[in-house]
Design a protein around this ligand. Sequence first.
Ligand SMILES: Nc1nc2c(ncn2[C@@H]2O[C@H](COP(=O)(O)OP(=O)(O)OP(=O)(O)O)[C@@H](O)[C@H]2O)c(=O)[nH]1
Ligand SMILES: [Mg+2]
Length: 454
Amino acid sequence: MNTLDDTIAAIATPVGVGGIGIVRLSGPSSLEILNHFFSPSSRINSLESHKIYHGWATLSGRRLDEVLVSFMAGPKSYTGEDSVEISCHGGRLILHKILALAVEAGAKLAERGEFTRRAFLNGKIDLLKAEAVLDLIQAKSSAGLTVAAAQLGGSLSSRIALLRTGALELLTAIEAALDFPEDIADLGRGEADKRIDSLLQEIGALLASADDGRVIREGVRLAIVGRPNVGKSSLLNCLVENDRAIVSDLPGTTRDTIEECVVINGLAFVLVDTAGLRPAENKAEESGIGRTMTEIDRADMVVFVVDASTSLSTEDLKGISMTNPERAIIVMNKIDLGVCTDPGVGPQGRPTFFTSALSGAGIKKLKDGLVNFVLHGKELGPLGGGFINLRHKECLIRAREALARTQGALAANEPMDLIAIDLRHAIIALGEISGHQVSEEIVDQIFEKFCVGK
Ligand SMILES: Nc1nc2c(ncn2[C@@H]2O[C@H](COP(=O)(O)OP(=O)(O)OP(=O)(O)O)[C@@H](O)[C@H]2O)c(=O)[nH]1
Ligand SMILES: [Mg+2]
């Protein structure tokens, strides 16, 4: 494990051939290490911060590659430390040779996410922003990017900071009342209760966004379900614009679930094609149908496909009733063969779309409908409000519980010092989200997900 006294080095660009490649250094000896192997093309005494210099990376006086070098003196750098970036030609071998030169001159190889970890340890960013960096790199859709960029800009940090400050101010007031009991009237129990109410309200709003956040980051898991032969696999192929799933006129073609990722109107979806629902005739079918049932439960959203050209069967209706009305829509497929059901009202009052996976009719409308359904009609633009992830959710739930206990203690007229204990727990939980008070283990878990060089 490197310490902050070490100067770390890594290749920051993807390994492989590219236009340019970047080796980066961070730590107190960055400049000294660079001077071991960089010979600038014009005579200079020393490198000035935030300027770019042209020259050569050399090994025992021999030129290895023509490079551009920049030096960022701390704290005005990504990590908050003295940092150097060496842009060379993007060959695998040349990048490794330059990295080896840096190591030879005293640099330590950086661990996963160590540059960003240093930015966190040096107070350049909080944990929420560090996590946003990862989300930004891994974004699968423009919605994911929008959310990550807003979080990196501090949208979530400021909401969490406001919550924590609110709880801290309350604690200070309670502690003052403890020290100077005669001033207890300064903060009535009713006032404390009111302040906790508003904290709880904001926590509730953040928690309500947890599912949306996950869906936007990771993609909406959408299961395509229905009786055999209604065109589920054809519909998946239509949505991904690719012949991914096998289609045939034999019912029972799809035996196992198939997953395919697609971005629709800027939102990522994981489409899951499933085995048709029907009484199983053998073991293979039985397990296929079992998996379909699991998918219905697991998916964020279910598209229940029926054949529009025939009247709805009791099996269709039974299948539809198995799905959660808040998470399922109905697609009447094969409209090119005629529509047998009243197009005005969907079965059981569910949102209904009419398509032909064969001609492509209605697919655009279905795509818009899917996105609308997930975003509840909201636009992608204002998604910047901040969406929490699973780690934040767990901390917020703990904070909420501690605040509820605080309120309970207030109502029960417990002594102020007992009330303060619960409130402190809430503050600790909130501090974990931003990284004000966080264990090394959690920090390790977060940065483990990064790549080397970030
Ligand atoms: N006319 C017409 N035929 C369609 C349409 N969609 C699918 N089909 C045909 O219906 C048959 C079944 O399509 P699949 O996509 O394999 O149906 P499935 O629901 O996946 O069937 P299983 O996997 O067996 O449950 C194929 O012959 C398709 O070409 C449509 O919109 N119109
Ligand atoms: Mg199929």
